[in-house]
Design a protein around this ligand. Structure first.
Ligand code: SAM
Ligand code: SF4
Length: 340
């Protein structure tokens, strides 16, 4: 369906847990509290919401978190979502730590795409930034995913938050002396994998980190690779702008929420692990779907209420975020609780 500004909303990001096996400094540093498991939706509740979303025109779902692979039954949920009438694509975003273990199950369940989040190729900085994560495990998972997914034509992408790695390295006291964001290009050069840089948004602990400006990044990339070309191929349904570099296996993408404000073309809504439907990361407004699912009423009555609430959330999607004026934001939660 279309929202009040005429945008077609066909994509829902569903967070299936607020737990994580990493502690990324900008998302879930040590000390962030998790909600009781009883407050988190069951797999069946997510599917019921997805089915209702499908009636409203949702076609693609991204399973996220927290770390979705720490939720027992994640692959089962992928399979259940894939079987939901109207849902055409189900993809996942993961930190990759458990990916090797669950890859077979995910592929079996019909996963349509895997995004791996990775911000640096420096093992010490990766560990410092993620609260002890092993870069080696993620790179191994990437290689495994590529082998399995290539056979099935399932796209694998890397998402890197655009951080000033030198700055962060100094802040975390881990002696980083690598080349900075450019190090991530190695992946797109070596593998048929798109590497997408994502501007840090001032959400939760992200406020404490400065994002690199993507306009500057693109100029630097053009200076490094003068034969860089805009990639016209469609790579997914998100707002990334892609470039091809001759000789590279994958493209380089920029998701520029701040410096390339793409709200006019935004096609997404979000569901938190507790079943709160949000239509913009920037504002707290939304609809409590869990209250409807677990409240009084017959199945038919609840389905009707669910439909009406989701319709309200979609129609009322704000025109644009206000990340450039963080004082106007009304969302104070952390990314890990909202679902990134
Ligand atoms: N744990 C999974 C992962 O890391 O991919 C899924 C959840 S995580 C919140 C989803 C994505 O959000 C990650 O790529 C992460 O780097 C990104 N992220 C977290 N906080 C952010 C922020 N303030 N601005 C931009 N991206 C952020
Ligand atoms: Fe966990 Fe992903 Fe947040 Fe890192 S970005 S703390 S991996 S949820």
């Amino acid at each position: 369906m279309r929202d009040d500004f005429g945008r077609k909303i066909d994509y829902m990001r569903i967070s299936i847990t607020d737990r994580c096996n990493l502690r990324c400094r900008y998302c879930m540093p040590d000390g962030v509290k998790c909600v009781p498991m009883a407050d988190i939706l069951t797999l069946e509740e997510y599917v019921r919401i997805a089915a209702c979303g499908a009636l409203l025109g949702i076609r693609k779902i991204k399973v996220t978190g927290g770390e979705p692979l720490v939720r027992l039954g994640c692959s089962k949920l992928v399979g259940m979502l894939k079987e939901t009438p109207g849902i055409e694509k189900v993809t996942i975003t993961t930190n990759g730590i458990l990916l090797e273990r669950y890859l077979g199950e995910l592929v079996e369940a019909g996963i349509d795409g895997i995004n791996i989040s990775l911000d640096t190729l420096d093992p010490a900085l990766y560990s410092a930034l993620t609260g002890g994560g092993s870069l080696q495990s993620v790179l191994k998972a990437l290689e495994c995913a590529l082998k399995v997914c290539e056979r099935k034509a399932i796209p694998v992408k890397i998402n890197a938050v655009s951080l000033d790695l030198e700055d962060v390295g100094a802040q975390l006291d881990c002696g980083y002396n690598g080349p900075g964001w450019q190090e991530m290009l190695w992946i797109a050069r070596k593998y048929p994998v798109d590497v997408r840089f994502i501007e840090m948004m001032p959400v939760g602990f992200g406020k404490q980190y400065r994002s690199l400006n993507h306009e500057k990044l693109l100029h630097q990339l053009q200076a490094m690779y003068p034969d860089l070309e805009k990639d016209k191929e469609i790579h997914g349904n998100g707002p990334a702008v892609y470039y091809r570099i001759p000789g590279f296996g994958g493209s380089v993408g920029f998701i520029s929420a701040i410096h390339g404000k793409f709200c006019a073309g935004c096609n997404r809504v979000r569901l938190t692990a507790q079943g709160y439907m949000k239509s913009c990361l920037c504002y707290e407004d939304g609809e409590d779907l869990r209250q409807i699912l677990r409240g009084n009423g017959t199945v038919e009555e609840k389905d009707e209420m669910l439909f009406a609430a989701m319709e309200r959330a979609i129609k009322g999607k704000p025109m644009a975020h206000c990340f450039e004026h963080p004082e106007m934001m009304t969302e104070y939660d952390n990314m890990v609780s909202i679902g990134g």
